[in-house]
Structure formats: C-alpha cells, structure tokens
Design a protein around this ligand. Structure first.
Ligand code: ZN
Ligand code: FE
Length: 257
C-alpha cells in the first residue's frame, strides 16, 4: 500500500492510498475532488473507496464528484454520522474492519472533535513496516482537534485509544497545523527537551515549505501536550491530576492561543 499526501485548500491534507500492481486507490477525507482526480489519472488508478473520518466539509466536500467519476466506489464513515456524510453507504463502528489492497484497517470510535468521528488504523504486516493511522481532526501533529461536539473526557478517552498504539505508527492527520501547535506546546511545557528540538526541526521544515505530516506516534507521545495529561510537568502546570481536567484546561488555553 502506497500513501500519497495531496495538499488542498489552505492547510488540508487528503491522503491517497493505492496499490500500483492492482491499480486500485482509496482516498481519505477528500475535501475537494479535482486534485484527487488528477493524481488518480496520472497513476491510471481505479478509485474504489472513500474513507471519511467525520462529516466536516473540509473532509467530505469531494465525495459526490468522485462518485460521479467512479460510480462503483464505496463511501465509508462512522455510523453516528448517518445523514451527515454525502453519499455514505458503509456505517462503521468501533471494532469494525475495512480492507484495502490486502491491508486490514481497524476502526476506532474517537468522538470529541465531533460526536461521530472515527479513525482508521492499518497495523504493520511485516516487521519493517509502520502502522498507518488516519485520524482526521482528532490528533494533530503537536496538537489535537477542537471540541466542537464533545467533552474533554470523551476526547481523553479517544486520544487514549490512539496513545495505546505502537510508537512506530505514522500519524496521517488532516491539517498542517504543526508549527502553531508546537508554539503553544512550548508555552505549557517549556522545559521539555524533546519538544524544544522538535520545534526547531519543524520550524526549519516549514520555513522551506516542507510538510510535517505524517509524524510518528512515538514523537507525539513525548511532545504533544494533548497526549500528556499524566506528565508531571503538565499536571503541575494545570494544577490538576484528573486526566479530563488537565486535558480540558490545556484545550481551553489552546482555543484562545
Ligand atoms: Zn473537522
Ligand atoms: Fe478539518
């Protein structure tokens, strides 16, 4: 399974999964159709699936146009998103699996950003491979999604499922927000050496227009404050130990940052 990142709109990433041998493709969260169609054409692929993480327009905006061009494709999304994802045919819940190009994807129910959000996790098949997590707007590189339809405790529970995955999991999140996220992270955990180093390297990349997605989950665990509700430094900073409270305070500050 090959994965390509297609930058669209101001800061969205659409992910194209494909198998060059079978000439089939699947797309994660097509905000728009045109750039996806262009890549699919260039690679002579048949688009067979759309994997949506949640119903926001910058994730599903290309669904209908893609299906007009590929009428047989199947549109997947969370069961709780019924009625909100254009053209949705498959309604997924925690524990379900999807298949693409011989890889099995596990579905995680990760409410918080929206009440219906799901993530797709493709575990590694061989020892050399990484796991691949498509998490939409739940976890970002250095940050997490805003709580539009969920509570801090729901989001901690959702992020806890992601945090339990192996360190060598690539995080394919849907936006290039990393630099701003890390700027915020430094304001709440300034003595974190791994975070300081990551900020410098992301700053270097962004100054040169280089994408910072995917990131590795192992790095997120060390540097992303929204996965670190039990880090002593963040418990001290928020003056709390309850995971949902620590997380909620940090999320509230980030909303105003
Ligand atoms: Zn969203
Ligand atoms: Fe989004």
């Amino acid at each position: 399974m090959q994965i390509e990142r297609i930058p669209v709109l101001s800061d969205n990433y659409v992910f194209l999964l494909y198998d060059p041998k079978q000439k089939i493709a699947a797309v994660v969260d097509p905000a728009v159709a045109e750039p996806v169609l262009k890549r699919i054409q260039a690679l002579s692929l048949d688009l067979i699936a759309i994997f949506n993480t949640h119903h926001h327009a910058d994730h599903v905006g290309g669904n209908r146009k893609l299906r007009q061009r590929f009428p047989e494709l199947l549109i997947y999304g969370g069961v709780e998103d019924k009625g909100r994802i254009p053209g949705q045919q498959i309604f997924l819940q925690e524990g379900d699996t999807v298949e693409f190009a011989g890889r099995k994807g596990q579905i995680f129910f990760v409410p918080g950003h929206t009440r219906a959000h799901i993530a797709y996790y493709f575990p590694p098949v061989t020892a050399e491979e990484t796991g691949e997590l498509f998490c939409g707007d739940t976890l970002f590189a250095g940050g997490c999604g805003r709580l539009f339809e969920g509570t801090p405790s729901q989001m901690v529970n959702s992020l806890g499922k992601i945090r339990a995955l192996p360190d060598n999991t690539r995080i394919w999140c849907a936006h290039e927000y990393t630099l701003k996220n890390l700027k915020f992270a430094l304001t709440v955990e300034e003595d974190n050496n791994a975070l300081q180093a990551r900020y410098q390297s992301v700053k270097y990349d962004r100054d040169r227009g280089i994408a910072t997605v995917p990131s590795m989950l192992g790095v997120e665990k060390q540097t992303n404050p929204f996965l670190r509700w039990d880090a002593p430094a963040l418990q001290a900073f928020t003056n709390d130990k309850n995971p949902a409270k620590v997380f909620g305070k940090l999320r509230g500050m980030k909303d105003l940052f």
